[in-house]
Design a protein around this ligand. Sequence first.
Ligand code: FAD
Length: 106
Amino acid sequence: PLNKSELGNQTWGFLHTMAAYFPDKPSTDDQRDMAQFLRLFSKFYPCPTCARDFTKLIEKEPPRTSSQTELKHWLCWAHNQVNKKLGKPKFDCSKLDERWKYGWKD
Ligand code: FAD
């Protein structure tokens, strides 16, 4: 089985990649469905304390799904909230596309 850290790492990879390919101009249905997906995903996330806290975070600060940019930055912010809770460094959200879409330029 995946431990909490592996599960988290792989889940963030999926979520950020999904956000990186969300439409630039999502339909009303897309916007509603993505917000709903994130709510339902957090309800069933298989780490009870993570799920509890992330559900609360979504209630307080609902996912922003009006465009790809909005969604990516909301998710980056949400991940940074979890990073803060765990004492991990804050990620620089201006580096999102390098990290999750196009790869690092070196
Ligand atoms: P991760 O945090 O998994 O990040 C993976 C990679 O994403 C990093 O290497 C970095 O390149 C990139 N990254 C980092 N921050 C950002 C950002 N803000 N935006 C974009 N990319 C970024 N663990 C707990 O112990 N307690 C919890 O309550 C908890 N809640 C969680 C809730 C959710 C919804 C998820 C998906 C995971 C949660 N986790 C929790 C797991 C935790 O967030 C980490 O995934 C885990 O500790 C492994 O950390 P990591 O160092 O591999 O990096």
